[in-house]
Design a protein around this ligand. Structure first.
Ligand SMILES: C[S@@+](CC[C@H](N)C(=O)[O-])C[C@H]1O[C@@H](n2cnc3c(N)ncnc32)[C@H](O)[C@@H]1O
Length: 253
């Protein structure tokens, strides 16, 4: 669970990325991202720095930038998505820096983000524990990471309802439903699996909730005096067992 998972091949590049950008860019979804941009950044002070990990076409990052209160950066492993997202931001007159890179090895200094958001992408990561530890590293003390993804426990009926909400055309709705019910749900995590991963990560604890077909994980980086010592397992490939977890607080669910 915590080590490397097989990589999704091919990466979302070229035509696949352009098709995905069209499916996710309908007026009703952009409207939903606009609402989420306000909700997710609620309470963040002006001037805060926000990172969207794996933003794909970058619609959410652009809507956060449109609020005009934050510095916004996106990091994605797909060069096509970096180009699509940069063009979308430019066309909408908003300032977002989209960069190419891997969540497991982020090209950022430690402690430079107040908020990290990652939507519909965590299940795709080949090194999920390392991704969590990197999010922890680049967050400022007291900062928050919010991960939202498909819940592996979602039923077919819940998936169908979720896809109806995207208001796609007949064929695209059929394809999206099919991909969600098969490949993506098989790759997704249950809330219990996410709780285990979080417990192994530098965050140790998190708040995990489900809604509709989704699961949301909220992770807070402890302040300097609250932090417990942590040795990342991926840092020790030869290690066969975890550093003792007995003393760690259990993740909330
Ligand atoms: C299904 S798309 C989700 C895009 C967007 N967040 C959304 O909600 O529409 C998954 C994204 O994860 C990105 N991705 C996958 N592995 C990654 C990694 N290791 N580092 C950064 N981005 C990654 C893909 O390139 C793609 O943009």
């Amino acid at each position: 669970m915590s080590g490397k998972r097989f990589k999704l091949v091919p990466e979302m590049e070229g035509r696949v990325a352009r098709w995905y950008a069209r499916q996710r860019g309908t007026a009703s979804q952009i409207e939903a991202w606009r609402r989420q941009a306000s909700e997710l950044t609620d309470g963040l002070p002006n001037g805060a720095t926000v990172l969207e990990v794996a933003p794909g076409p970058g619609y959410l990052a652009s809507e956060i930038a449109r609020l005009g209160r934050f510095k916004v950066i996106g990091l994605d492993v797909s060069r096509t998505f970096v180009d699509i997202a940069s063009a979308h931001a430019r066309e909408n007159g908003v300032d977002v820096e989209f960069r190419h890179g891997d969540v497991a090895r982020m090209p950022f200094e430690s402690g430079c983000f107040d908020l990290i958001i990652c939507q519909a992408a965590f299940k795709n990561f080949a090194e999920p524990l390392r991704a969590l530890d990197e999010m922890h590293r680049v967050l400022r003390a007291g900062g928050t990471a919010i991960i939202e993804d498909l819940n592996r426990d979602a039923s077919n009926a819940e998936i169908d309802q979720g896809v109806r909400g995207q208001r796609l055309s007949g064929f695209n709705a059929f394809l999206t439903r099919f991909v969600l019910r098969t490949m993506l749900r098989r790759r997704a995590y249950t809330p219990a699996q996410l709780r285990d991963l979080v417990r192994e990560s530098a965050f140790r604890t998190g708040d995990i909730r489900t809604q509709g077909i989704g699961v949301e994980v909220r992770l807070k980086k402890a302040g300097v005096n609250e932090a417990l010592p942590y040795i990342p397992r991926w840092h020790h490939p030869a290690a066969t067992r975890q550093p003792s977890t007995a003393a760690r607080p259990a993740a909330e669910s």
